[in-house]
Design a protein around this ligand. Structure first.
Ligand code: HEC
Length: 211
């Protein structure tokens, strides 16, 4: 009897250890999403009021993109090719970081601020017209693509804040070479000729002062 109890206890312990190791594996293998402030990048403590709102909006949009993207770029041992993963999981379900972020931010931010604020993913030739930058946003995109970790500007009308969007190899099936060829997954759009590591755009927030 005592022997059976011991065997059951030992088996239970064994199963628990295996479960803990598996859980730790899942937690540790989750892709890194950058939440740490980069060197030289201001934190919210440096900002107040409209500046703090613009900063928060940029962080939220970047983070939303990273969380959605992170789900689909997780290593999946049975399916080693990232483009294949994107095709099956993202295109098929039409869950794209940029498309989801746009649906949330382009509705909520202007709606909740009475049109006082917006945040968008500004690139030179946007697929989605919501992402078309005004002249100040395009200037900030230029600064960001010139190598700055952040860019900001106060005009007579509003405060602008921007941080970079970088391409990785996972973006290239849709946005890579050859530029101008149809995106194989979304043929209504053209490929952009982006390369992995390029700063291809900027998340830019604009906040006008309260009247
Ligand atoms: C499966 C194809 C696909 C992949 C992979 C993909 N994108 Fe996109 N991307 C799109 C589509 C389609 C849109 C337009 C979404 C919309 O209608 O708002 C888009 C829009 C964007 C935009 C918004 C600017 C614009 O043109 O409107 C950015 C920025 C962007 N993608 C960056 C990336 C980055 C960075 C990656 C890799 C981390 C990536 N994309 C991966 C298909 C893709």
């Amino acid at each position: 009897m005592g022997k059976i109890v011991r065997i059951v206890l030992a088996a239970g312990l064994g199963v628990s250890i295996v479960l803990v190791v598996l859980l730790a594996g899942i937690v540790l293998s989750h892709p890194e999403v950058d939440t740490k402030p980069s060197p030289g990048v201001p934190t919210y403590e440096d900002k107040r009021g409209d500046q703090e709102l613009a900063y928060l909006l940029v962080k939220l949009e970047l983070r939303t993109r990273a969380v959605i993207g992170g789900h689909y770029t997780r290593p999946q041992s049975a399916i080693p090719r990232v483009d294949f993963i994107y095709k099956r999981w993202i295109a098929k379900n039409t869950i794209l970081p940029a498309a989801v972020a746009d649906r949330i931010f382009s509705e909520v931010v202007p709606g909740a601020t009475g049109g006082r604020a917006w945040v968008k993913m500004v690139v030179k030739d946007p697929r989605n017209p919501h992402n078309r930058g005004d002249s100040t946003a395009l200037e900030l995109l230029g600064t960001i693509q010139g190598g700055s970790a952040t860019a900001e500007r106060s005009t007579a009308e509003a405060y602008y804040y921007a941080e970079p969007i970088k391409a990785t190899s996972a973006c290239l099936p849709c946005h890579g070479d050859p530029r101008g060829a149809p995106d194989p997954l979304f043929p209504q759009y053209e490929k952009d000729g982006w390369r992995a590591g390029d700063v291809i755009g900027a998340v830019v927030a604009r906040v006008a002062p309260e009247m």
